[in-house]
Design a protein around this ligand. Structure first.
Ligand code: CA
Length: 228
């Protein structure tokens, strides 16, 4: 099962980055756009893949209302407007143009999360669990279960497991895993990956044989034949 994908339209780079990191940790996939035009481009490029748009109103080129109007011509994708303005008039303006919800800056990340969940739920789009074989992942609660047993994981182990499940059946090089789970700007070496995989394996116990080492390359996540 794919994760929910959120298009984050935000021109303040630091804030955009923070939102992106936070939402990824919450189990979402994210796409970023730093201007109105870019937002439309990203949306047209992947209309069926984007589940929700977090749309800042004050943007350097066309404003959020304009972006929303363009999008509403062809799509009813859930949109949450984000703004520093807080007047009732502005909020009315957003709702009239078809926004599903409204968040006023400054906000806490937790609040953003709650709004996103509520809007996705209302739209019937919230994907909150992911399953693979005997593994069930509760994305909302960040919990992992083997059969029905709860497995306590660290944040990184959790992210690694999700990455494995999403890329099951594909041989993954250690470097690829490192970039995906730690980010491109992480300074570390591939042994970090081995250590984390070892930890995750231990927690899933010997019963779970989904994670296999591929000599000289990296790892392959998938079901083995003898498990049916
Ligand atoms: Ca802005």
């Amino acid at each position: 099962m794919k994760k929910n994908c959120i298009l984050i339209v935000e021109d303040e780079q630091k804030l955009a980055r923070m939102l992106e990191d936070f939402l990824r940790l919450q189990g979402y996939e994210t796409v970023g756009a730093e201007s109105g035009q870019k937002a439309l481009q990203e949306f047209y490029k992947n209309m069926s893949g984007i589940d929700l748009i977090l749309l800042d109103i004050m943007l350097p080129d066309i404003d959020g209302y304009e972006v929303l109007r363009e999008i509403r011509r062809i799509s009813d994708v859930p949109v949450i407007m984000v703004t520093a303005r807080s007047s009732v008039e502005d909020q009315m303006n957003g709702f009239e143009k078809g926004a599903d919800d409204y968040i006023t800056k400054p906000y806490t990340l937790q609040l953003v999360k709650l709004h996103i969940e509520a809007v996705l739920k209302r739209a019937g789009k919230l994907k909150s669990t992911m399953e693979f074989g005997y593994i069930t992942v509760d994305l909302e609660g960040q919990k992992v279960y083997w059969k029905d047993t709860y497995i306590e994981t660290t944040r990184k182990e959790f992210e690694l497991l999700i990455y494995f499940i999403e890329h099951n059946g594909i041989v993954l090089a250690r470097n690829t895993i490192l970039d995906a789970v730690w980010g491109y700007d992480y300074v570390g070496d591939i042994r970090t990956v081995d250590t984390l995989v070892k930890q995750l394996r231990k927690k899933l116990t010997e019963e779970c044989t989904y994670i296999r080492s591929v000599y000289g390359v990296g790892y392959l996540f998938g079901e083995t034949e003898n498990e049916g």
